[in-house]
Design a protein. Structure first.
Length: 241
């Protein structure tokens, strides 16, 4: 009898361990992983936040957009680990529509629609397009000089017709200058056969037509601006080389 009781106790213990092991190995839901990343970022715990965020980004395409706009990631956003992770998520999920700034971002909001085209004018599907820009005051980052760590950035993937859309605020000229406002935009195909580094300027920007902007006028892609639905909309063709 005692032996039977002992065996039952051993069996129950083994089952409890098995249940705990299965629970530990159960996949974490994307929303839960994202909230865990937010919690860890506030701690702050950069490694813990990135571990949880990668889980969310891999499983859920919407986590990419949420990560770019999440206030708790303001410091994490400056790290190479964060930037690499969200870029990889955009490519993995083929995100073609993106908002680069939160709703309370100061400045004039713009919606820009682009299309990637090849050397002969053909559409280029699935090109990876990287974007970054200054804020409305002409600053890439409030605390870091230069364009190494822009606060406003993102990646989109052109759809089957080579099209992509992003929303942002109109960037300002660099402080103390009268250089034309511009958005840095580059693209490449998955096979690296075609690429296009460069930047885009606004055709309605008075600064574009001043003498110091002559080089920008000659080399930059033009964004054609027009009002629509109470907001400025821009269109651009992004030619690959």
């Amino acid at each position: 009898m005692k032996l039977a009781v002992a065996w039952i106790a051993v069996l129950m213990t083994s089952m409890a361990v098995l249940v705990m092991s299965c629970a530990a190995q159960a996949p974490v839901a994307p929303d839960e992983a994202f909230e865990r990343a937010v919690e860890r970022a506030r701690a702050p715990d950069e490694d813990g936040a990135m571990t949880a965020l990668r889980v969310a980004l891999e499983a859920d395409s919407s986590a990419y957009q949420r990560a770019l706009l999440e206030p708790a990631f303001s410091e994490l956003r400056d790290t190479p680990a964060f930037r690499d992770a969200v870029h990889e998520a955009a490519v993995r999920h083929a995100v073609s529509h993106l908002t680069l700034v939160p709703e309370d971002e100061p400045g004039e909001w713009l919606a820009i629609e682009g299309q990637v085209i090849g050397p002969a004018g053909e559409t280029v599907p699935r090109a990876v397009v990287r974007i970054f820009a200054t804020d409305a005051e002409g600053r890439y980052h409030p605390e870091i000089d230069g364009e190494r760590v822009p606060r406003i950035f993102g990646t989109v993937v052109a759809d089957a017709e080579g099209r992509f859309v992003f929303q942002t605020v109109r960037p300002g000229p660099y402080p103390g200058t009268r250089n034309a406002r511009h958005i840095h935009i580059s693209a490449r195909t998955a096979d690296l056969r075609l690429a296009r580094p460069g930047y885009a300027v606004f055709d309605d920007d008075p600064l574009l037509y001043e003498p110091q902007s002559a080089e920008q006028r000659g080399e930059a892609i033009r964004i054609v601006m027009q009002p629509a639905d109470g907001q400025m909309h821009g269109t651009l063709l992004l030619p690959m080389r």
